[in-house]
Write a protein that binds this ligand. Structure first.
Ligand SMILES: *[C@@H]1O[C@H](CO)[C@@H](O)[C@H](O)[C@H]1NC(C)=O
Ligand SMILES: *[C@@H]1O[C@H](CO)[C@@H](O)[C@H](O)[C@H]1NC(C)=O
Ligand SMILES: *[C@@H]1O[C@H](CO)[C@@H](O)[C@H](O)[C@H]1NC(C)=O
Ligand SMILES: *[C@@H]1O[C@H](CO)[C@@H](O)[C@H](O)[C@H]1NC(C)=O
Ligand SMILES: *[C@@H]1O[C@H](CO)[C@@H](O)[C@H](O)[C@H]1NC(C)=O
Ligand SMILES: *[C@@H]1O[C@H](CO)[C@@H](O)[C@H](O)[C@H]1NC(C)=O
Length: 431
């Protein structure tokens, strides 16, 4: 690749034509699906007509995942809630290690939800937000250890193959010097979902191949460097009419008017209002609506928060006016973004398809036998782990080489050579 780049730079210098110069600004010529997507806001980046594309709603859960916190949400993770293609809705879980019951994680995975992750301890990396005594800002090594550990936890204790662990979100949306990017890239994650943008412009998920406009980003670091292999699924602030402030995430609720009673109606309107902004054909242009839900926050005041969320899901799924809305995991949304399909083709779209096998959530995770079993698996996998990753690393590198379009570059160089020879032949040889 370095050799090719050298040749390109040489041509760029020699001819001063932009064809040979490697642009730093993302555009339709230097960035194409399925491997590259520029960061665009306020428009629909696909080539499809806007009324032909689905509105994707991505429910994402953070927080400790166990029987206690899971109980409230199980009611809408069952097959009664179905997308327009008849498949049950699915969500994404950013799992940490604190009080996590991994057999539950495994069940969620078996029932077609996506298991993504955050760091193992889920502590605050950048500021001391729990008022801890011995708090210190995370070093690069802390980030690495935390990410590596949680990935291992999922592989060993939930028995989820590493290739299924694709997504990462920084704990408490605290991005620090982009330290996490290098590590999640090394572990072959497919996407990050940590950046938070103002809701004045809705920015579509994009790849980090090129630098992007950070004006509206609330938690980004200026020191940003491009990272070729990753997608970004940005979150957006929440707003409400007559609000005095905006909310970073749904659980802030600081943007709801103080003078109105905190009711299911108000909360439902709040969610619906932000949904409408995303799906509006003039504002959000159906940009994916990502909702961050804290499991513990949902557990508190269930009669209002959870009720309102469930009412919203039912309202959308039961109305014919919203037959263009799909509740999917980020992993599924990513496939649609790479290979956009029209609404009427979605019924057969492989990434949104499902099997009808549904497993019971009523399992006893404290079962001693089960724990012993996971211990065994833990020992054997950790011994072989390094060998597995090494061989897979080689596969990955080979894949990357292929993707970086060596074939394409070879062909145009070849054509150029032929043209040069013909040109020379015609104008110089006969003289
Ligand atoms: C997570 O658990 C560890 C050990 O059990 C504890 O030290 C830590 O404070 C917990 N972190 C959070 C964010 O609750
Ligand atoms: C970046 O975004 C801001 C806010 O949306 C906009 O005002 C500005 O023109 C953008 N800058 C560039 C270079 O596109
Ligand atoms: C963007 O990154 C992908 C890796 O995800 C890579 O395959 C692709 O070649 C990159 N595209 C450009 C134009 O750099
Ligand atoms: C916002 O304020 C206006 C004027 O005070 C009022 O008419 C309107 O109903 C309010 N909207 C909401 C959603 O509270
Ligand atoms: C490691 O892998 C080998 C071959 O794949 C297998 O026979 C063995 O049981 C695994 N476990 C350990 C601890 O070596
Ligand atoms: C893993 O690799 C190491 C060093 O390459 C080797 O000594 C060991 O036998 C391998 N283990 C297995 C199970 O293949």
């Amino acid at each position: 690749m370095i050799f090719l780049h050298l040749i390109l730079s040489f041509f760029c210098f020699l001819t001063l034509t932009s064809v040979f110069c490697i642009d730093k600004i993302c555009n339709k010529n230097n960035c194409q699906l399925p491997y590259c997507q520029c960061a665009v806001s306020n428009s629909n980046p696909t080539s499809l007509d806007i009324t032909d594309i689905p509105q994707l709603v991505l429910l994402t859960f953070v927080g400790n995942l166990n029987k206690y916190t899971f109980d409230p949400i199980r009611s809408f993770l069952n097959p009664t809630y179905r997308n327009p293609n008849e498949c049950p809705i699915s969500s994404t879980f950013f799992v940490n290690d604190n009080y996590t019951e991994y057999c539950l994680v495994q069940r969620l995975f078996d029932n077609h939800n996506e298991i993504a992750m955050t760091t193992s301890s889920n502590k605050c990396p950048l500021t001391n937000c729990y008022d801890e005594n011995n708090w210190r800002r995370w070093s690069d090594n802390d980030w690495k250890r935390e990410i590596k550990q949680q990935r291992l936890n999922l592989i060993e204790q939930s028995k989820i193959h590493q290739s299924h662990i694709k997504g990462f979100r920084v704990p408490h949306l605290q991005i620090d010097d982009n330290k996490h990017f290098e590590h999640i890239r090394n572990f072959h994650f497919h996407y990050d979902s940590s950046m938070l943008f103002k809701s004045s412009n809705f920015i579509w998920p994009f790849t980090l191949n090129y630098s992007f406009n950070q004006t509206d980003c609330i938690n980004c670091d200026d020191s940003y460097q491009t990272i070729e292999t990753l997608w970004q699924f940005p979150l957006h602030e929440w707003t409400y009419p007559n609000a005095t402030a905006s909310c970073r995430i749904l659980s802030d609720s600081t943007c709801l008017p103080d003078d109105e009673p905190y009711t299911v109606d108000l909360f439902f309107d709040f969610i619906k209002y932000n949904f409408d902004r995303h799906s509006s054909l003039t504002l959000g242009h159906r940009s994916p609506f990502i909702i961050e839900l804290d499991l513990f926050w949902l557990l508190e005041h269930q009669n209002i928060r959870l009720e309102a969320l469930i009412r919203f899901i039912e309202y959308i799924l039961n109305s014919e006016d919203y037959d263009y809305v799909y509740f999917v995991s980020i992993e599924q949304a990513l496939e649609w973004l790479k290979y956009p399909r029209k609404l009427d083709e979605l019924k057969d779209f492989w990434a949104f398809s499902c099997s009808n096998t549904i497993y019971e959530y009523d399992i006893d995770c404290s079962d001693i036998e089960l724990n012993l079993l996971t211990q065994d698996v833990k020992e054997s996998t950790s011994k072989n782990d390094s060998n597995i990753t090494d061989s897979q690393l080689i596969d990955r590198q080979a894949e990357d080489l292929f993707r970086s379009s060596i074939a394409f570059h070879s062909i145009w160089i070849f054509i150029l050579l032929i043209l040069t020879v013909l040109f020379y032949d015609k104008y110089f040889v006969h003289k």
